[in-house]
Design a binder for this molecule. Structure first.
Ligand SMILES: [Zn+2]
Length: 308
């Protein structure tokens, strides 16, 4: 009788056969998945290339396309920027400025530091001091046609101070000839614009020697020409030939400012050393007491010695 060896073999080899089949199946699945993955990638690459070609073609046929894309991008950036809070709405000085405009100044603590007759060789150091304390000043300048002065006219404007008009020549004799006086004022106005590049000057004015040194015709003419003029209610006394020490000058200015809601402090651009060194003491002390040092503007209310 023939030995039935095959079934025995099949049974014996079954686990190996099954293992072989399972392995083959797994390999087949892996190969299929790999092929599928590879085809997807190729299709993806093909589509990207197609898009690049389409964009390139659009840009080359329409030169504005790239510009448009840039503009859209900029607009998107602007839109993001616009969502930020507006700083101007939160100006902590808005109320004070409004009251300076209306003249309702009771109880406000404002100091206008003013420096006449410059720019001088000391104006740069003075600007440095003001900037250090984030305090603003007003410079009633005359006409100085030299390189340092020109740089100072520009710094005054660029650093947020007020460049004001104190006539071109500072000649008291011109008060007796109003037309010549107004021409002198206009000469400085044009000069300031040519140096700073401003289209309009501040139109803040101070009469040489103060308004009482002037006369009604000159005061009326200044106002009718769109200027606002200011005298002062605190003097730094820096005109003395033998000025007191800095702390004495500082104390005098500080006490003067405490007497007013709105103080206009008269100093001169020459600012001797003791006067210059008094400025930081004045600013530090009064800032600690809640005073603010603002640049003058045309529509504020100022102390005047002569009204017409
Ligand atoms: Zn002067």
């Amino acid at each position: 009788m023939r030995k039935k060896t095959t079934p025995k073999l099949r049974i014996k080899n079954l686990p190996r056969f099954l293992t072989f089949s399972a392995m083959s199946l797994i390999i087949l699945v892996i190969i299929t998945m790999s092929l599928f993955f590879l085809m997807n990638k190729m299709a993806e690459a093909f589509n990207t290339q197609k898009q690049i070609l389409q964009t390139s073609s659009a840009n080359s046929s329409d030169p504005n396309a790239a510009k448009t894309e840039t503009v859209i991008s900029n607009n998107q950036q602007n839109a993001k920027t616009e969502t930020k809070p507006q700083v101007t709405d939160d100006d902590p000085l808005a109320d004070i400025k409004a009251r300076l405009r209306s003249g309702d100044t009771a109880g406000i603590k404002v100091v206008f530091l003013t420096f006449d007759d410059g720019p001088s060789e000391n104006t740069g150091a003075l600007l440095d001091i003001l900037n250090e304390y984030d305090a603003k000043g007003t410079f009633f300048t005359t006409l100085h046609d030299n390189d340092n002065a020109k740089a100072m006219y520009r710094r005054i404007v660029d650093e947020g101070h007020t460049l004001a008009n104190h006539t071109s020549s500072h000649d008291y004799d011109l008060y007796s000839n109003p037309d010549a006086f107004f021409a002198d004022v206009e000469e400085l106005d044009q000069f300031q614009k040519s140096i700073t590049g401003q289209k309009e000057t501040s139109h803040v004015f101070r009469f040489p020697g103060g308004s009482t040194n002037s006369n009604e015709a000159c005061v009326q003419g200044i106002v009718s020409r769109g200027f606002n003029y200011s005298d002062w209610n605190v003097s730094s006394g820096d005109g003395c030939s033998d000025p007191p020490p800095s702390d004495v000058i500082a104390q005098m200015i500080i006490e003067g400012c405490r007497e007013n809601d709105v103080s206009v402090v008269l100093s001169h651009a020459e600012l001797k050393e003791s006067s210059r060194n008094a400025i930081p003491i004045v600013i530090e002390t009064l800032q600690d007491e809640g005073y603010v040092f603002l640049p003058m503007e045309k529509d504020y209310t100022y102390p005047r010695h002569l009204e017409v």
